[in-house]
Write a protein that binds this ligand. Structure first.
Ligand SMILES: [Zn+2]
Ligand SMILES: [Zn+2]
Length: 185
């Protein structure tokens, strides 16, 4: 019988406190959820702000919202952003925030203001949920998470920041529109 890998997470208790390694129990997935084994997680500037106390987070929490990993368990029907089924063994990245899709803000095109917004790497640990931050061996992906399968050949270190740094740059380019060369240079 295969052994079930233990989950280990670097728990952040607040600025100045050393990280604590904990072994939370494996979450029982609800339908539409997935458990991903983290291969790599890049550190975002906002993680550093939290670590240094310039930004407040509920603690204890597991930081890190730029992970890439391999799906280890799926419950029910989990789909990627293209509508394809997400299966065990898929290498994936996912969005930093999960919105409900049904509240006042979600139905008006403002999912980032969702009344029940959850953010990976920014949530206090709860007994009902496995780690939702990337500084862990595993991440518990909640229902409604925008999941993207990583193409073969794209290195983990390139794929990992997709959920935050890369998404931020892509959004800035989209809003900025066509960028013309500066005529003064
Ligand atoms: Zn970030
Ligand atoms: Zn909502």
């Amino acid at each position: 019988m295969a052994t079930i890998p233990e989950i280990r997470a670097a728990v952040f208790d607040g600025p100045g406190a050393p990280f604590r390694v904990e072994s939370p129990s494996r979450p029982t997935l609800r339908s539409g959820e997935a458990l991903v084994r983290v291969s790599l997680c890049t550190v975002c500037g906002s993680d550093l702000h939290t670590f240094l106390g310039r930004r407040k987070e509920k603690t204890p929490c597991v930081l890190g919202h730029e992970p890439v990993g391999v799906v280890e368990e799926v419950a029910g029907d989990v789909r990627d952003v293209g509508g394809e089924p997400v299966r065990v063994g898929d290498r994936v990245v996912w969005a930093v925030a999960v919105s409900c899709g049904a509240c006042f803000f979600c139905t008006r095109g403002l999912p980032q203001k969702c009344e029940s917004l959850r953010k990976y790497g920014h949530e206090a640990i709860t007994p009902q949920c496995g780690p939702v931050g990337g500084l862990s061996t595993h991440c518990h992906l909640l229902q409604g998470t925008a999941i993207v399968k990583v193409p073969a050949g794209l290195p983990d270190v390139v794929a990992a920041p997709a959920g935050c740094a890369t998404a931020t740059i892509a959004a800035a380019l989209r809003v900025g529109g066509v960028i013309k060369p500066n005529p003064l240079t």
